[in-house]
Write a protein that binds this ligand. Structure first.
Ligand code: AHG
Ligand code: MN
Ligand code: MN
Length: 337
């Protein structure tokens, strides 16, 4: 029988074989995985653990926080503070960056996360997740400790990215720039075990994911693309399309990594000054890198997401990602920059 490979062993072997994972980064990924295990426990307890419902507070983006948004954020912060692998963290749920306290050694990495993605699904028992992105702390010229500007690096600079989905199974999906691997939590062992390596997204698909209730607010290229899909066999695409929308990016992207598809959260006219709904640093960058590593593509409609130079921590962005040919088609419908 083939030997089972734990996340720990996978990371050790990546470190040895490819030198892709320095020791500090390996520790960081282990700690993030441990935090995800603990978030998964809280999610599983649900009403029994008193974790459902609203916290009745607002985050920096004006969104009402759920209790689990706050719990997951705290779990990630506490788990990552003391190991010596990080210099600072940034989260969708915190106004500004969180420095590693002076009493702990400082590491070389910056960790960014969406602690709980899909908050509207928590109380209805639908898949949710945690998304994370790792950057190297730049050699800064400002001679001070870590600052917010140190985080403002393009997604192409990420050294690791992934998510953990809390669904029927708890599954961690990871890239360190060497393809995409998936690990399923074995609750008896308490370990994430490798269950799929070298995940690939098919270039073509018949499945799209978009919140159709926003249709009247879309821009012409998005409307054209979806109209053509909806026209099915008789339309210009010559095939019938299926639609899925889970309202947890983690779950929609996971489906796309497993069987292909295209995910869109475009700019729309509801709040024209907002580039999009999703956050560049906590959602779009890590997911785009995973998708590219699996052979897919990710743009904001005009430009590769990983090339965008961020101007602020909580920046938002339009997102089109998934099966390469579909992403390229919709991107082609937009005027070039
Ligand atoms: P979050 O729960 O972290 O705020 O993210 C929710 C995001 C994303 O996961 C999902 O794709 C999208 O919001 C759903 O938006 P709608 O409710 O507008 O469909
Ligand atoms: Mn989210
Ligand atoms: Mn969130």
């Amino acid at each position: 029988m083939a030997q089972k490979i734990s996340l720990t062993r996978y990371l050790v072997e990546q470190q040895r074989a490819d030198g892709l994972i320095p020791g500090q980064l390996r520790l960081l990924l282990e700690v993030v995985a441990r935090a995800c295990k603990s978030i998964s426990q809280a999610v599983n307890k649900g009403a029994l653990g008193g974790v459902l419902g609203s916290a009745e507070s607002e985050n920096v983006q004006g969104e009402i926080q759920k209790k689990l948004d706050i719990i997951a954020n705290e779990v990630l912060i506490e788990a990552n503070e003391w190991g010596g692998h990080l210099a600072a963290m940034a989260s969708e749920e915190m106004d500004s960056i969180h420095l590693v306290p002076n009493r702990y050694p400082q590491g070389e990495y910056l960790l960014l996360f969406d602690p709980l993605d899909g908050s509207s699904n928590i109380d209805v028992n639908v898949s949710i997740g945690t998304i994370f992105s790792v950057l190297r702390k730049p050699e800064n010229g400002h001679g001070q400790g870590v600052q917010e500007s140190d985080f403002l690096q393009a997604g192409s600079k990420q050294v690791a990215a992934g998510y953990c989905i809390y669904g029927p199974q708890t599954t961690l999906v990871l890239t360190v720039g060497n393809g995409v691997a998936m690990f399923t939590l074995d609750r008896e062992q308490g370990s994430f075990m490798l269950t799929q390596e070298d995940i690939k997204i098919p270039a073509d698909t018949k499945e799209f994911a978009i919140n159709m209730s926003n249709m009247r607010h879309w821009d012409a290229p998005v409307k054209r693309y979806i109209d053509e899909c909806l026209a099915g066999k008789e339309g210009p695409r010559g095939k019938d399309f299926n639609m899925r929308w889970i309202a947890s990016m983690v779950a929609d992207v996971h489906r796309i990594l497993m069987r292909g598809g295209v995910f869109m959260y475009p700019w729309d006219k509801r709040e024209p000054e907002k580039a999009g709904k999703l956050r560049l640093m906590y959602e779009a960058n890590p997911m785009s890198w995973l998708v590219e590593q699996a052979g897919g593509a990710a743009t904001n409609g005009r430009q590769r997401i990983l090339d965008i130079a961020p101007t602020k921590l909580h920046e938002r962005v339009a997102v089109v990602l998934g099966s390469k040919n579909e992403v390229e088609r919709l991107t082609g419908y937009h005027d070039p920059l």
